[in-house]
Design a protein around this ligand. Structure first.
Ligand code: BMP
Length: 276
């Protein structure tokens, strides 16, 4: 009826790019705005958790350089299995590489073997520090970019420096890169909001990805700070919540249950925020 189709078409006008629209469509169809931060120790464990919780997530975030591999054959196998999982369960793969260099260098980091990130990641995270030139590298490889506008950790400079967040947004708009920038990693709204606090308006909308979300903990010993799912979405205006240890540390036998809890709370809060 007028339910989901109406929602999608009314919001689609506002999203920054076909790439953010693709993720938003997944969120609506899977009723999940949960991104699993799959910070596992081994690639085999990452594939296992993907198999178990794949149906509950809209995205999986990886740190490929933080996984242990015995040899290059394992890396090749990992990339193939991850791509299969993403297409089977319809989720987006975000490599959280946090690129932060000049365009010529990030192009190499994006494509070089053995990780060859550009072959399997749909979206990548990028720091705004180097300025807009480096965005061309991602455009050339047709990768969706998620720019870091604010971080979750104690004393992070993006959150402290005046205008860092605003300058990050301006960099995208002034360089005409809205079409590849899917959104921002942030603890508060950057630009106009799909709903919630930042208000509506006709301007281009970016998705907000918010890490530092846990229902079990308030932080860790190395500076991470957590808020709840509802706080992230309804107070901080997250569209997508990023959860790692909140799910992983529940242990293998509780992965599904934990992912379901975050999915459900996240989806309920998103519906409330967007008045779906
Ligand atoms: P956890 O939920 O276990 O704290 O993991 C959070 C994940 O999000 C980590 O992979 C971390 O690298 C990432 N992250 C973050 O915690 N804060 C930020 O501001 C940006 C991040 O990418």
């Amino acid at each position: 009826g007028d339910g989901e189709e109406g929602i999608e078409s009314s919001l689609s006008k506002k999203l920054s790019s076909p790439k953010s629209q693709k993720l938003f469509d997944i969120i609506i169809s899977k009723q999940s705005n949960l991104c699993l931060s799959a910070d596992c120790e081994t690639w085999q464990e990452l594939i296992s958790i993907g198999e178990v919780v794949g149906s509950k997530i809209c995205a999986m975030k990886t740190h490929v350089d933080a996984l242990s591999f015995q040899d290059p054959n394992e890396i090749a196998l990992f990339k193939r299995k991850l791509a299969e999982l993403a297409s089977e369960h319809n989720f987006v793969i975000i490599e959280d590489r946090k690129f932060a260099d000049i365009g010529s260098t990030v192009m190499k980091q994006l494509t070089a073997a053995p990780f060859s990130i550009s072959e399997w990641a749909h979206f990548v995270t990028v720091h705004s520090i180097p300025g807009p030139g480096m965005l061309k590298a991602f455009k050339e490889k047709d990768k969706g970019v998620i720019l870091i506008a604010e971080m979750s950790s104690v004393g992070n400079l993006p959150s402290i420096l005046p205008d860092y967040k605003k300058k990050t947004l301006e960099m995208v708009e002034e360089s005409g890169n809205e079409d590849i920038v899917v959104g921002f990693v942030s603890q508060s709204r950057v630009g106009s909001s799909l709903g919630g606090k930042g208000g509506g308006g006709s301007a281009t909308c970016f998705l907000q990805f918010t890490p530092g979300v846990s229902l079990h903990s308030t932080g860790d010993a190395l500076g991470q700070q957590y808020v709840t799912v509802r706080n992230a979405i309804l107070e901080r205006d997250a569209d997508v919540i990023i959860v790692g240890r909140g799910i992983l540390q529940q242990g293998r036998e509780k992965w599904v249950e934990a992912a379901e809890q975050y999915r459900k709370e996240g989806w309920e809060a998103l519906k409330e925020k967007l008045q779906l």
